[in-house]
Design a protein around this ligand. Structure first.
Ligand SMILES: O[C@H]1[C@H](O)[C@@H](O)[C@H](O)[C@@H](O)[C@H]1O
Ligand SMILES: [Fe+2]
Ligand SMILES: [Fe+2]
Length: 306
């Protein structure tokens, strides 16, 4: 028998009642990954409104800037600049190591070095989906775009690198965290940009939608322009994994085309591992490194343009 458990964040998790006695702290996912009920600070995941918590102020301050400055104009400029891919040449693994220098100020659930998060995500997926090696590698690389914060990559401020993403050029949906700060955005009162469709049309496909600029779109660009052989679902995951308004709140569905709808199924799977694998459990980097190097070799050139 299968029971559908409604979590506080309305994520439905399927649990086999015969074999899995329910324990208060953890829930079972598809192939055995345990979803913790709370993050390593003892809070429900993605809590953005707890003024008592130590991390709260920093996170809210982050979103105030992010929502104020991410306009259509800003996104266009960033895309043009970073499409040049003229900053550095290096391998995927070199980038994983660089990422350790980056601290993500937008994340209420994580204060571990980023490489831990990459490996925790990838290893959790690997346990439940042993045959989908492309999805393991997607886990490893999905946050590499956060190097945008480092001086070599332009030293972008946090609000232009991390945090949840959203479309620009149409109305900012109310479900986006800390929505109130959009009032300061120059696009908020622009009648061409503040309607349901804005500059887009029904089912135009997410590929034609400009997303707020950050690590997702940048890493998508790097992977695509360096001719990765990863499937389209992997590129979709990389590009939209921070788009919680879509994959959790079901906003902006009217912009998706049929291919987006297909790819969204994989993003839903991926998101559970990305979010709920954030913990204090350390991964032995040296032990798993050979496996990930072999995947990198399979799907990427030895050196990439960044
Ligand atoms: O704070 C987090 C973090 O920046 C993640 O990398 C991003 O994917 C999430 O959407 C965001 O909420
Ligand atoms: Fe991310
Ligand atoms: Fe992540």
């Amino acid at each position: 028998m299968t029971i559908l458990i409604q979590q506080p964040d309305h994520l439905g998790v399927e649990v086999d009642a015969k074999t899995e006695p329910l324990n208060e702290r953890e829930l079972m996912l598809d192939g055995g990954f345990l979803i913790p009920q709370t993050n390593s600070f003892g809070q429900i995941f993605r809590t953005y409104n707890d003024v008592e918590s130590a991390r709260h102020e920093g996170v809210e301050n982050f979103y105030r800037k992010n929502h104020t400055y991410q306009s259509l104009d800003f996104v266009k400029k960033m895309r043009q600049e970073y499409a040049k891919l003229n900053k550095v040449e290096m391998s995927i693994w070199e980038c994983c190591e660089l990422l350790n220098e980056v601290v993500d100020e937008s994340d209420p659930d994580l204060d571990e070095p980023q490489i831990e998060h990459l490996l925790q995500t990838a290893e959790a997926i690997r346990k439940d989906y042993p045959d989908e090696d492309w999805l393991h590698l997607t886990g490893l690389i999905h946050d590499l775009g956060k190097v945008l914060n480092l001086p070599t990559f332009g030293g972008l401020p946090q609000w232009a690198v991390v945090g949840d993403t959203f479309p620009v050029g149409c109305r900012f949906d109310e479900s986006i965290v800390h929505h109130k700060y959009f009032k300061e955005n120059p696009d908020y009162n622009n009648p061409s940009y503040n309607t349901k469709h804005g500059i887009y049309s029904e089912k135009c496909g997410l590929d034609n939608v400009m997303m707020s600029w950050g690590h997702d779109d940048y890493m998508y660009l790097v992977a695509k322009e360096n001719n990765t052989t990863l499937p389209s679902a992997a590129l979709f995951i990389i590009r939209y994994h921070s788009f919680y308004a879509l994959h959790r709140e079901e906003a902006y569905m009217h912009l998706m085309n049929d291919e987006d709808v297909e790819n969204l199924k994989w993003l839903h799977i991926f998101n559970k591992y990305d979010l709920y694998s954030k913990s204090k459990t350390r991964i032995d980097v040296e032990k798993v490194k050979p496996y990930y190097l072999s995947l990198i070799e399979k799907y990427f050139p030895a050196k990439l343009k960044w």
